[in-house]
Design a protein around this ligand. Structure first.
Ligand code: URA
Ligand code: CA
Length: 433
């Protein structure tokens, strides 16, 4: 087989066979196929798309490019949850202990943030001492003991995706449905869970800007999951404005703790109930979504979920004092309010641009090598649909520099105040097949 012929075949709009796809992934992972040929193929896929069969074969080839984690020694149905990316999305920090506290094992591998999207590992590392790199054995032992562990992806998990993702990032081929679906599902399949809850975001702050594309991505991933024998469902959620109120690593850990104490922002709490109920039902700990939701509510109000978070922090070497004194990690030197320039109703809070503002403060990375500042970020005081008077604070900026003029300007450009606005729908659809 010659790569050049396969590029031509895809360029001409034909489907690649299973053997051809396996050849490409193996040879690319082993550095035999060079980046320039792979780039050409990625661009051909971007324009010519792939059939369901091709996407499934691509996903399985990528999953098989490295280690497949075996979670069989953990009893019960292991449920994973994955979001396609968002701004201020604190759900994993809440869901892991919450779902574990009602008896469903959560063995979760998470990622880091890039660009305007945040990453669970960065958030967890704002807790002093918290370790996200532990061995597979210790990971399994911890889940067996406490029902929960959230760690970084091991180095050999879907190495084809690692290489491909870096290449897509610099060749304008990230936002392609077959490439996103195979990237996410290859990692989920290799990470070993039996069931998968996908949070497919849509809106300005998401890869899929339109609802139609989000639905297609969701259907594609659910189908791949079923073919790989993993029970998979997707929630299509809104990411036109940031989720909750906090954006930034320490700020989001504090938001998660407050939510586990029963004081979370309404949209974030609802999102956790929707995703969490699906996880609990897939894990067979409840028969219906209503029953699951009632269990989760009880775990939140009784403090059981918060205790589970404390246990998770303790297990992974973190300082558990953060639970009772969350302020201890809010160490930004300066804070500034952003006053509304006029009175009215908030009509727009453009999620990706607000994520970029947080990144400019140091909360996120422009490139994979950048260091981040865990303490900085934003805390929204108003969301879409809320009224505000002139001079009232829209949000607080937490910063370690006094030079925040560019950040303020970007925020003003992306927050609109008008006459009236509908609160955006939080859940757009639920896809089960
Ligand atoms: N997240 C991933 O892991 N891969 C993508 O391609 C997009 C989002
Ligand atoms: Ca948030």
């Amino acid at each position: 087989m010659r790569m050049v012929d396969l590029i031509e075949k895809k360029r001409n709009g034909l489907a690649l066979t299973k053997e051809e796809i396996q050849f490409i992934i193996e040879e690319y992972t082993n550095d035999v196929i060079p980046d320039y040929q792979m780039s050409a193929l990625l661009m051909a896929i971007f324009y010519e798309d792939m059939t369901d069969e091709e996407i499934t074969n691509l996903t399985l080839a990528m999953a098989n490019s490295g280690e497949i984690i075996d979670l069989r020694s953990i009893e019960g149905v292991k449920v994973d949850k994955h979001s396609t990316g968002g701004v201020g999305d604190t759900t994993t920090l809440i869901l892991a202990p919450l779902v574990a506290s009602v008896g469903a094992p959560v063995a979760k591998m998470s990622g880091r943030g890039l660009g305007y999207t945040g990453g669970t590992l960065d958030k967890l590392e704002s807790i002093p001492g918290f370790k996200v790199e532990i061995s597979d054995e210790e990971f399994i032992e911890t889940v067996n003991k406490s029902n929960v562990a959230v760690i970084g992806q091991s180095g050999d998990l879907a190495p084809a995706d690692k290489k491909l993702y870096a290449l897509r990032d610099v060749t304008a081929t990230v936002d392609s449905i077959p490439l996103i679906a195979s990237s996410i599902m290859s990692k989920k399949i290799a990470a070993g869970a039996n069931a998968i809850v996908l949070d497919v975001t849509t809106g300005d702050g998401a890869f899929m800007k339109s609802l139609e594309d989000a639905k297609r991505l969701a259907h594609t991933m659910v189908r791949i999951g079923a073919l790989a024998d993993r029970q998979t469902m997707a929630v299509i959620s809104d990411m036109s404005q940031p989720l909750g109120e906090a954006i930034g690593n320490s700020l989001e850990v504090v938001e998660a703790i407050e939510t586990l104490k029963g004081n979370g922002p309404e949209d974030l709490v609802e999102m956790c109930y929707v995703l969490g109920s699906q996880m609990v039902v897939l894990a067979k700990k409840a028969k219906t979504l209503d029953e699951a939701r009632a269990m989760l509510k009880e775990a939140l109000t009784s403090g059981k979920a918060l205790d589970k978070f404390r246990e998770m922090i303790q297990n992974q070497g973190g300082d558990t004092r953060v639970i009772d004194q969350p302020e201890m990690i809010l160490t930004a030197q300066y804070s500034y309010e952003l006053p509304a320039k006029s009175a009215g109703v908030v009509t727009k809070l453009v999620a990706n641009e607000i994520g970029i503002a947080a990144m400019m403060l140091g909360a996120g990375r422009k490139t994979k090598e950048d260091a981040i500042d865990h303490a900085v970020g934003l805390k929204l005081h108003k969301k879409i649909g809320e009224t505000i008077s002139e001079g009232e604070s829209l949000l607080t900026i937490y910063s370690n520099t006094k030079e925040i003029e560019a950040v303020k300007e970007l925020l003003y450009e992306n927050i609109e105040i008008g006459v009236s606005a509908q609160e955006p729908k939080l859940i757009h659809d639920i896809i089960t097949e």
